[in-house]
Design a protein around this ligand. Sequence first.
Ligand code: SF4
Ligand code: SF4
Length: 276
Amino acid sequence: MGSGRREMLEWLKDEASGVVSKWGRERIQTSIWRNPLVAVASADDPLFSRLRTVAAPDHAMPPDLLPGAQSVLAFFIPFTRRLGQENDREPTFAARSWAEAYVLTNQLIQAVNEQLSAAIQERGFEAAITPATHNFDEERLVSGWSHKHVGFIAGLGTFGSHHWLITEAGCCGRLGSLVTTMPLPPTPRPDVEYCLLKAGKSCGGCIKKCRYDALFPDHFDRQACYRQCLANDAHYMDLPLVDVCGKCGCEVPCSYGIPRIAQSLVKEQGTEVYTG
Ligand code: SF4
Ligand code: SF4
């Protein structure tokens, strides 16, 4: 893989960071976001075809979104700890700041996508943007394009027991992705489980945080989870659609970085570690 492709990827990472920090400065007084992570999957990665088994039988493949697709860019915009703490402190519903962050981050994801797409087109390639959210089947609650699974394939992180993706910057944040004809170097996937429970260590912090009968040691009740998300939406009638909850991902060992014990299993050092 040529150094030109690696340079191109670094340039795209800078473009994504630039949008997030600009929004942080201009849109709100105190930023609710940290620096985004960006990773790449080859469009012909064999794991994409497995999504129709593990995610949704009608999950799109990269060429469905963009004929001639070469790469899939996945990005994660981590939230600040302050936001996670505020959501954790609210006893029943999601915190207002969490609900507002959801709305604003959907717009930010679109802005990052548009910036990346423009940068890619500037270099003579094509890009297809995928919506930040609400591209799912409301009965089956599965997505036709799962950013979470795409993020996993692209090497952004590993799945936690709470079914979120745990990245180097934790799980507390939002994911986006786009498909492009630009050839880019794929990111290696982590070779260890970041989730403590999945790594055979003791934890279950996320399970304790769920007070809505949705998350258990041995199963996840997707419908119960969605009911709580809709309860939050009803609670914040004055906001646009905010069908979110997030309690299981806030103030747990994997919220803002790879848990310390899992970090010791990671061969490549230099990643962010949550020490709280
Ligand atoms: S809180 Fe613990 S068990 Fe739950 S996903 Fe995070 S590391 Fe895994
Ligand atoms: S998002 Fe809320 S309802 Fe769903 S599993 Fe997490 S804590 Fe439970």
